[in-house]
Every structure is written in C-alpha cells, then in structure tokens.
Design a protein around this ligand. Sequence first.
Ligand code: ACO
Length: 370
Amino acid sequence: MEVQEGLEGVVAFASELSSIVGATLTYRGYVIEDLAEHSTFEEVVYLLWHGRLPSQAELDQQIHDLRSQYALPEPVLDIMHRLPTDVHPMEYVRTVTSVMALYDPDRHDNSPSANVRKATRMVARMPALVAGFDRIRNDKEPLAPKPDANIATNFLYMLQGQDPDPEFAKFFDIALILHADHEINASTFAARATVSTVSDIYSGVVSAIGSLKGPLHGGANEQVMVTLKAIGSMDNVEPYLMQALANKDRIMGFGHRVYKEGDPRAKILGPMSKRMGEKTGQPQWYEMSVLVDQIMDREKGLIPNVDFYSASTYHNMGIPTDIFTPVFVISRVAGWTAHIIEQLDRNRLIRPRAKYVGPVDLKWVPPAQR
Ligand code: ACO
C-alpha cells in the first residue's frame, strides 16, 4: 500500500466543472480572465449549475429566481438572534446553514431539480446570513435585501447599511466570480465525499464550510490581513518576514498545492487591490503586499494565491477582517453545490483506504493489570 500524503497528485474524480492547467483556470471551458472581464456572478452560477452560458431569457430567469429567494426565512432570522455572536463568523455561518436546511421545503428531495432549488436558496441567502451576523453582533437589526440589486451590491448594502460605490460593487462581483469554483480543493472534496453516501446537499455544504474555515484553505484570507496589520508599515516588511521565515512560520496567502507558475486569480486581484487603495486613500496595504510578494519570491520562490491580494481589496472596501472567509463562502457555495449535483449524478461512494501503521498482535488484559 503506497500512501499519497495529503492525497497529493491523486486524481479522485472526472469533472466537467473547472480545470487547472499550469496557470490557467477555466470554468466549464471558459478562462477565468474572460469571465472576470465580461460576465457576472449570477451568470457564472448558471454556467456552473447548467454546464453552459445562459441565453438572455435564461439569465433573466436565473436572476429572478435568485432575487425571489434573497430573504432569510423568519424562523431562521429568529434563531440567528438567539445564537452567540462572540464566535468566529465561520462557526456561525456553518451553524445557520445547517439551520436553513431545517426550513427548506425541499429538504427531503434529493432529485437534481430539487437540488438546484436548494442551491438557489443557499446562493441567494448567504449574503443576508453573513451581513446579518455582522449587524446582530453590532446590536443592529439585519437589513432586508433589496430585490432589485445583484448579489454583490446587496451584500455590501446589507453589511454597511448604505448603497455601495458602484466600482466597489463591480470589484466585489469580480471577486465573487474568481472564488466561485476551483477543481477538487479541500472543501469541494469534503462536499463531494459527504454526499457520496447519498446524503443531502445542505450536509455537503456544511461539511465544505467546515473545511474552508481552516487557515491552510479559505481561512488564509483573514490571516493575510492579520499579518499585514501586524507588519504595520513598509519599513517593517523585511524584518518581519525575515524573522517569521527564520521561525519557520507559514506566511499566509502564499504557496499552493497545484499552482506552481502563479495563481491566475491573484493576477486579477492584484490590480484590483491597487485601485482600491488609490480610491480609498489607503495605498499602504497594496504597497506592503507587493513588497511581501517580492520578498516571498526572493526567499522561498512561493507564489501569492487567491487569498493574498483579496485581503487588501476587501479591507479597503470596508469589509471586517473576520468576515473575509464568510465572503469566500458567499461565492464558493456556487461551486460546492455544482460539484454536489455532479457527484450525485454519477455517484460512487468515496471510500479510500488507510495503511495501518500502529502496533499489532496485542492481547487484551483486564484494566487492573495494565
Ligand atoms: N509560507 C512559508 N513556507 C511555505 C508556505 C508558506 N505560505 N507554503 C509552503 N511553504 C513551504 C513549506 O514549509 C514546505 O517547506 P519544507 O519542504 O522546507 O518543509 C514547502 O513549502 C512545501 O509546503 P507544503 O505544505 O508541503 O505544500 P502543500 O502543497 O502541502 O501546501 C499550502 C499548500 C497548504 C497552500 C501551503 O502553501 C500553505 O500552507 N500556504 C499558506 C496558507 C494559504 O495561503 N492557504 C490558502 C491556499 S489557497 C486556498 O485554499 C483558497
């Protein structure tokens, strides 16, 4: 039995969803740069779920379906008010996603059409859940979503209590596109493994949220901002990093299991971070990020991943640092649900093996003799 530590290099599924080749990421055959420039998050969600870009009528219907599901059900909102808020937002999002399952009229229907309806509710409501948490913990009432605004605009509105600057909303929409799917990353694997027992779509998404939370995966975007704040100034970048690397600390937002030639999402997010810094009069976060990037390349040859420049971009949009990973959920729930539907469509139980390396031939003895 050969052990592939971390399943590195193991090809676990055939998938028609997204592909990584070198530094190129595609969703359903479209390169991410094309989608980021021309598409919208709502259209990308359709692409992921249905396998092709929608016609105008299909896109209009998709937007209508999502908007009609924006509001959280009243019982879910009631429960949100009663949950502890001195918790990590990812714990709260994971729990409330599970609660949402209990109030979904399709919860016992695992058919593809019911799964698209449930996925629609999850994608539509995640912004209200995340923004609602931030308002409740700040003793404010959650805001009702605006039915005529897109997901990106609505999230920033519900979080901040005012209509966002259109450029912020556009950049946020692009960030949602860039995070929507990513082949068989850890959280997507968790989602697929969970439903491969023919469990339900909410269980798959809850598993995935738990996986995304960790700092080696989606939790890294929050830690990038924590690091930038700890560095604090351009003068401190070099000494801070050299000390951290001497301590063998991991610098969050760098390195990737698959990309070795660069993460194409980071190449789009870098200029967005720069523009956000100029626009808000806070260029220091981007400038520090560039220097960190240069030193990490020089010292370790490591590339910035999606989480690196998204951190300073979100910070300058006024998003609280501990909300960065829940923002990832708002987008990635589209990809997870697409993978869950694909898994169930061609399901085989996911059940790898473990090579046993513990002791053998032990004989049981009574507790008093141990
Ligand atoms: N900082 C410092 N050293 C690093 C980093 C880093 N960010 N990433 C990898 N290395 C080093 C490791 O210490 C290791 O060195 P060694 O061989 O001397 O021990 C070598 O590079 C290989 O690292 P592995 O952990 O074996 O690589 P793996 O493919 O398992 O890990 C991972 C990939 C988890 C992303 C890693 O690069 C990391 O921890 N990065 C920081 C966390 C992060 O940014 N995660 C987000 C990834 S993108 C996403 O999930 C959305």
